[in-house]
Design a binder for this molecule. Structure first.
Ligand SMILES: C[S@@+](CC[C@H](N)C(=O)[O-])C[C@H]1O[C@@H](n2cnc3c(N)ncnc32)[C@H](O)[C@@H]1O
Length: 562
């Protein structure tokens, strides 16, 4: 017999259960209570030949082991020595190798409880049954495992245990008063249903539709499952949440979820399991995950996990429960992937997305905030007279923008030029033969800016850094000094300098010659000055009131420095 940690438990008689395992000292949560190599393995559905093989295997066991096997509990009737051995297997087996059931001489003595304090798992790296403590187990407490998995109602559990193991379970969970038992059952059913809905959609792209709602569903599942106490199911929930976060380039949440998955998995499976090693490796390089970066909608860095004393409660941050706080910057931040999206971050056409839609009458959903698709035209064609743009989006994904308006885009076909940036308001991700595309049904939602996307993004960064006051101080665009500056660009009125020397540096060496020209275009100015985070109703191009806002901004800028 191959056993570790025998000093932690012994086998005792238990009233009404036969024998059972008991802790002989405090066993802390996560402890490996035993790891044991099976003595007998049979196919799950044995043939007559397999029964003979079973008989041979048992009779070939060393005397002590054969005796131990024959004296294991047997709750099924049998007719002869072959079926007697099979009945013993059925009463005591664990599923181990594919389609196989195995018997261990010690682990098989562990009795069942629906609210078990330990869990057995099969470790195919070690070829052993492992039993780990799911919580602290007190000295003299019976060690129990759950024979059936957690997500079953009381009635389902009782029926299965009676059928397979011929006993009526009287564990604490099964002995709850009816009101509490029904409440526990409701949690089981809710978690099971929510989880089943996740399983319906398969493949990596499942994370792209309605991610916020999916995250909130996972939070609800995680809450129920935490109460049900299954580490395996907590692991599954957090792995899914991690994949969801990573799909949207959210490394901070992806990391926290994966760490949680790892922690719960290790409790039940130990740290020498195959999947444990995989999870550990994945944690080392989150970006290597298959689903990473399908969109940048929630982009964060690993270091963006808020500190413990952060004003936003950690769980609220983790599950994105916090209200979408209005962002108050003076200029639009084109890098903000909650508003300026690539194809992967867009809500899916025809689906209600809680992050972007509000209910409206007649089952039609309306935008509840502003957002847009942003990309650069890299090619265009008009097969069958329909204008189709090939676009590289803000996430560098190549996608299509297809025109489904009355004129099939013909009215715009000359204006929309290669290398121009386009912005499509309230865009949705639609399916076409060519994969995911944006369909433009009304030309007033699309606008082209005769500037490559890279330049617009660079300008956005510079506006945020040099044209936005920080604590009433400005940053010189020429030398990056922070202070009360008195010289501003006379043309755009937005960039500030220490003196004319810095202004020359800014103009000639730091892009302002180009930026200033770009900023003279009304559409570009309104793109940057429109209040994207203040929503009253959907807008169309041209975006409203850019000039007033620009005047307002330049005036504010002057006041700060006078
Ligand atoms: C795998 S064996 C467990 C060890 C067994 N008690 C023994 O004496 O070897 C399964 C059998 O143990 C008994 N058993 C397990 N858990 C029980 C429980 N919670 N209440 C009553 N009997 C239980 C049932 O007879 C069941 O068929």
């Amino acid at each position: 017999m191959d056993l570790d940690n025998t000093h932690m438990f012994d086998v005792r008689d238990v009233d009404g259960k036969g024998k059972g395992l008991f802790a002989t000292r405090l066993v802390p949560k996560g402890t490996c209570i035993l790891s044991e190599t099976p003595v007998i393995t049979v196919p799950v559905s044995p043939s007559t030949n397999d029964l003979k093989t079973l008989w041979i295997d048992v009779t070939n066991l060393p005397g002590e082991q054969r005796h131990a096997f024959e004296s294991l509990s047997n709750c099924h009737p049998y007719e002869n020595i072959f079926t007697q051995y099979l009945s013993i297997v059925r009463t005591n087996c664990f599923s181990t190798y594919e389609d196989s059931a195995s018997v261990c001489l010690v682990a098989s003595r562990i009795n069942h409880a629906c609210d078990a304090n330990a869990q057995h798992t099969w470790n195919d790296k070690l070829d052993k049954i492992m039993v780990h403590a799911l919580r602290n187990i007190a000295e003299d407490e019976e060690i129990t495992t759950n024979y059936m998995g957690r997500e079953h109602t009381r009635q389902e559990r009782q029926e299965q245990l009676k059928e397979i193991y011929k006993f009526e379970c009287s564990c604490e969970l099964c002995s709850l008063p009816p009101v509490l038992s029904e409440a526990a059952d409701r949690k089981v059913l809710r978690a099971r249903k929510l989880w089943a809905n996740f399983q319906v959609e398969d493949g990596q792209t499942r994370h792209l539709s309605n991610p916020l709602q999916r995250l909130w569903r996972l939070e609800e599942i995680a809450r129920h499952r935490a109460e049900l106490g299954s580490c395996t199911q907590m692991h599954d929930t957090h792995v899914e949440a991690s994949a969801l976060a990573l799909s949207h380039s959210d490394l901070a949440r992806g990391k926290v979820f994966l760490e949680r998955a790892y922690t719960s998995y290790v409790i039940e499976h130990g740290d020498d399991d195959k999947l444990t090693s995989t999870l550990r490796a994945r944690l080392q390089d989150l970006t290597s995950s298959d689903c990473y970066g399908q969109s940048t909608r929630w982009q964060t860095g690993e270091a963006d996990v808020p500190p413990k004393n952060s004003p936003v409660p950690f769980e609220e941050w983790l599950w994105k429960k916090e209200e979408d706080k209005p962002k108050t910057g003076l200029f639009a931040d084109l890098w903000d992937r909650s508003t300026f999206l690539g194809i992967g971050g867009l809500p899916t056409e025809g689906l209600f997305d809680v992050e972007y839609h509000q209910d409206a009458s007649m089952g039609q959903s309306k935008p509840k905030r502003h957002w847009c698709f942003v990309g650069e035209i890299i090619d265009k064609a008009a097969p069958g007279g329909q204008l189709q743009l090939i676009v590289k989006d803000v996430d560098n994904h190549i996608t299509g923008v297809f025109f489904h308006d009355r004129h099939k885009g013909e009215t715009l076909s000359d204006t929309l030029r290669i290398n121009a940036t386009i912005v499509v308001l309230y865009a949705q991700r639609a399916q076409s033969d060519a994969g995911a595309v944006v369909k433009v049904r009304n030309t007033s939602i699309i606008r082209d800016f005769h500037v490559p996307l890279k330049k617009l993004l660079g300008l956005s960064s510079r506006l945020l850094k040099y044209a936005t006051p920080h604590d009433s101080l400005r940053t010189c665009h020429g030398c990056a000094r922070e202070g009360s500056l008195s010289l501003k660009c006379g043309r755009c009125g937005l960039f500030w300098y220490c003196d004319s020397k810095c202004q020359m540096t800014g103009w000639n060496n730091r892009n302002h010659k180009t930026d200033c020209k770009i900023l003279r275009n009304d559409d570009v100015r309104s793109l940057f000055t429109f209040r994207w985070h203040e929503f009253e109703e959907p807008v169309r191009f041209p975006l409203p009131a850019s000039d007033e806002r620009m005047e307002d901004l330049t005036e504010k800028a002057s006041k700060i420095t006078v």
